[in-house]
Design a protein around this ligand. Structure first.
Ligand code: AMP
Length: 432
């Protein structure tokens, strides 16, 4: 017996009416990005594995255990086998494209956004999937474009506050930190390493490993028993040099001026290796354990680390799946699922005329369902009542006279409407 095939664990089908919400989110995001003068970039879904190893970092959870990687075999003598990976995030691809196409040579600040699927082999749970969608953006350019300016950080954060507001997501929190420059981080890593010597023996196995390889990542630990120990460790704010302190102070001053609320979180170091200076996360209480709506930060050394020119940048990625969950929980999301009208032909011979009428109404901007003439009238009414506000009956009489019979379900009222006025009538309130 053959087994029924199912979507792979951690992946799912998005069905209507929920897909209408996805489309609305994307439309609002595209509109906001356009107003902030961003353009769209679409990079491939798979890339050379080395790209992620180099940018995201070998020691991160993403690279060490979550990537979908395979050896792509050669199809011809001229081809080599190559290790490929489904993208686990999109910043690496965008920066690769920035370097590959010499985008920095234009002398313009590059402001790029993307919307698309990402892949990580994580343990699936609510709000965490193996294929998920991110909406993200990057602002990157040579230093001459002002790409290092704290104003860029503040502008991105202000844009995110605007986007969440326009999506109707209320009650978010912006958590903000600075992880300083590479030199600050090296100093902080030393301070952490020194402080960890006395306590790391009581911590989880992952932390014991991190204490050696990348002490900063100890702060990412989610094990409850480790939290009181982590609370005693030094904070990065004390390791920032004057320039990093001034940069961070300028970010917060601009946010204060724009009235964007934030809270400082000195433990926010984020999971990826390439961040410098400003790091941030927007969280939402309604999401439960996976409470991050989005995360991002500045990555001034990333382009150079990938073999490109000096190109400071800042970006973010938001989890679209989590935006959907949040909006559903807030119950502000009510995609239109009810059609304006159901066109019911009376008899199969009226099917072509019904298609013509439906076409007319659809062209007028109405959401129309087309019935089937072989259905008895009772069956058409039952079908229409489930999915439309009104039923338009098209019989031989209606076709000849050009006066249609319309029933509005909410009131039970049946009306005769001339064909020329039908679209306007159907667009009106269903109480009428
Ligand atoms: P990151 O690229 O890890 O900084 O993640 C940025 C955002 O993407 C997070 O704040 C989440 O909203 C979302 N995200 C990350 N991983 C997943 C996942 N496995 N499933 C759903 N959303 C995710």
């Amino acid at each position: 017996m053959s087994q029924t095939l199912k979507a792979v664990r951690g992946t799912r089908d998005l069905l209507p009416p929920e897909t209408a919400l996805w489309n609305r989110i994307e439309a609002i995001a595209r509109d906001v990005f356009a107003r902030y003068n961003f353009g769209e970039i679409r990079t491939p879904v798979f890339e050379d594995t080395a790209l992620f190893a180099r940018s995201v970092g070998e020691d991160t959870d993403i690279v060490s255990k979550e990537m979908y990687t395979w050896e792509d075999r050669a199809r011809a003598q001229s081809e080599k086998t190559q290790s490929l990976t489904l993208r686990p995030e999109n910043t690496a691809g965008v920066v690769r494209a920035y370097i590959e196409h010499g985008l920095g040579e234009s002398g313009q600040l590059q402001k790029l956004y993307y919307i698309g699927p990402q892949f990580r082999r994580e343990r699936p749970q609510k709000g965490r999937y193996r294929q998920f969608a991110q909406i993200g953006a990057e602002v990157i350019g040579p230093p001459s474009t002002g790409s290092e300016s704290p104003l860029r950080d503040a502008e991105i954060l202000e844009m995110l506050a605007t986007l969440l507001d326009e999506l109707g997501i209320t009650g978010w929190t912006l958590e903000l930190n600075s992880v300083g420059s590479a030199a600050d981080r090296a100093r902080y890593n030393d301070a952490l390493r020194a402080a960890l010597v006395a306590v790391v023996g009581q911590m989880c196995a992952d932390c014991q490993r991190r204490a050696v390889t990348n002490p900063l990542r100890v702060l990412d630990c989610k094990v409850p028993a480790d939290q009181p120990i982590i609370a005693t460790l030094p904070v990065i704010a004390d390791s920032l040099d004057e320039a990093s302190q001034a940069h961070f102070a300028a970010v917060t001053a601009a946010l204060d001026a724009a009235g964007v609320p934030y809270t400082l979180n000195h433990r926010l170091v984020r999971g990826l290796d390439y961040y410098t200076r400003t790091t941030f996360e927007f969280t939402h209480g309604g999401l439960g354990a996976q409470n991050a709506l989005l995360g991002g930060g500045r990555y001034d050394g990333l382009s150079e680390a990938m073999g490109g020119p000096k190109a400071p940048g800042i970006g973010f990625a938001m989890g679209e799946d989590r935006l959907v969950l949040t909006l559903q929980a807030l119950e502000t999301a009510q995609p239109q699922t009810v059609a304006d009208a159901f066109v019911a032909p009376l008899g199969e011979s009226l099917n072509p005329a019904a298609l013509a009428l439906a076409r007319e109404l659809r062209h007028a901007g109405l959401r129309v369902e087309l019935g089937e003439g072989s259905f008895r009238l009772k069956r058409s009414f039952e079908a229409a009542d489930k999915i439309a506000r009104r039923i338009v009956i098209l019989g031989e009489d209606e076709l000849q006279s050009g006066i249609l019979t319309v029933k509005t379900f909410s009131t039970g009222i049946q009306t005769k409407v001339p064909r020329a006025e039908l679209a306007a009538f159907l667009a009106g309130p269903a109480k009428g």
